[in-house]
Design a protein around this ligand. Structure first.
Ligand code: ZN
Length: 194
């Protein structure tokens, strides 16, 4: 399984180098050290593992590698059923590929793989760390306080400033790479606009 994680890290590293917005975010570690992190297969792990083949040449290699490691990743849920409902929890999850707690250790960034099933509404939420989303597959409407609403598909990016409220609504199963940087790196997102 170590080889599959190494392939995923290498593929995402290459992707970050190829996408100007991700490279310009400036925090990707060139040689993060692998850590032994236990699998935690929430229901969404199975959904990611059997996602349809990628339609985007840009994202294909990283997307495929992430599908391969999905059953073995340390999946998490930020929210409770009381906050988001059972359907959301059954079709949502994220894991830290790179970061202080993730499968590859780094202290200047957290890089998440995050998934939401089709037709889910991720309500307005905030966090201190600065953030960039990159869509690996699927499509969603991204709303950000103080910015135009935008529908993004594979290859699309979206930046959020520190504490800038944002929300999303998926139009298809959505697999994303999400990078964090700056103050609040160890913090969590919380529901609300402040
Ligand atoms: Zn966010």
């Amino acid at each position: 399984m170590k080889e599959a994680f190494d392939r995923a890290y290498a593929a995402v590293t290459a992707l970050v180098a190829d996408v100007p917005e991700l490279a310009g975010f400036g925090v990707w570690p060139a040689a993060a050290v692998p850590r032994d992190v236990p699998a935690n297969p929430v229901p969404a792990a199975d959904l990611v593992h059997v996602l349809e083949p990628a339609t985007s040449a840009v994202t294909h290699t990283a997307y495929q590698a992430i599908r391969d490691i999905a059953p073995f990743a340390n999946w998490q849920h930020t929210y409770t059923e009381a906050e988001v409902g059972a359907d959301f929890l059954a079709r949502y999850g994220w894991f830290e590929l790179v970061g202080p707690f993730g499968h590859f250790h780094a202290t200047d960034t957290r890089a998440y793989i995050a998934f939401w099933g089709r037709g889910l509404v991720y309500p307005w939420h905030v966090h201190e760390a600065e953030e960039i989303y990159f869509v690996l597959s699927g499509e969603a409407q991204f709303e950000t306080e103080g910015a135009e609403t935008e529908v993004l598909g594979p290859g699309g990016t979206r930046f959020h400033r520190s504490w800038q409220p944002h929300a999303l609504t998926t139009r298809d199963d959505l697999l994303t790479l999400v990078l964090w940087r700056g103050a609040g790196l160890d913090g969590e997102a919380r529901m609300g606009t402040a």
